[in-house]
Design a protein. Sequence first.
Length: 244
Amino acid sequence: MRYFEGMNLKDKHVIVAGGSSGIGLGVAKASLEAGASVTLVGRSPQKLAAATAQLGVTHGVRTFAADLTEEEQARRLFEECPPAHHVVVTTVEAYYEPVRQLELARARRTLDSKLLVALHVAKYARLESQGSLLFTGGIAAVRPGPGGSVVAAANGALVSLVRALALELAPVRVNLLSPGWVDTPVWDSFGEGVKQQRFEQHVRRLPVGRVGIPADIAHAALFLMGNGFTTGEVLHVDGGHRLV
């Protein structure tokens, strides 16, 4: 049985911002398997080309190089791409540092990668009827750790933003995915030894006994895209992290 069997996005167009790696690439793969066409959006044309090769398909995939923290580039994306049924945003520049040691320029980049991108997408996205916007927060909103104040603030603010947008943009649905620890390239910057140590700690803590993989989050994304009666919600996909 395929992981995404029963999920149907046939003839839908899904734009995935942050789709060149990690969770975004997982969402793109799942959307293709569910019958959608996909536009991958990222800042690096080289990474977008590599992601397309990794998907291993020759049709149904477009790429668009843009930095969605820049309003003009966000506007251009939605003007030049075909209208979408769903837009999924997984962009993040995670910055972890004790608050007394913050480099404010880097902190702003993290906030922009979450909040400014979300606002630009909400402002300019052209969606077909019964479409949806899906943003990505994270466990730090409810279980922050030392050095994670900026990420916690960004993720927490997205919760409030999604609820407001669900009212303002109705009948377009607006939801938020909140992943826990997921094995993606974002953790590679910590170094392999630190990453492995932290993952092992979470494997021992989490009720499910493992960290997540992008397919776990992609499965939840397909549900939120496909369920027409869900809006303004936060779906936690964290292996029980909020409980421990």
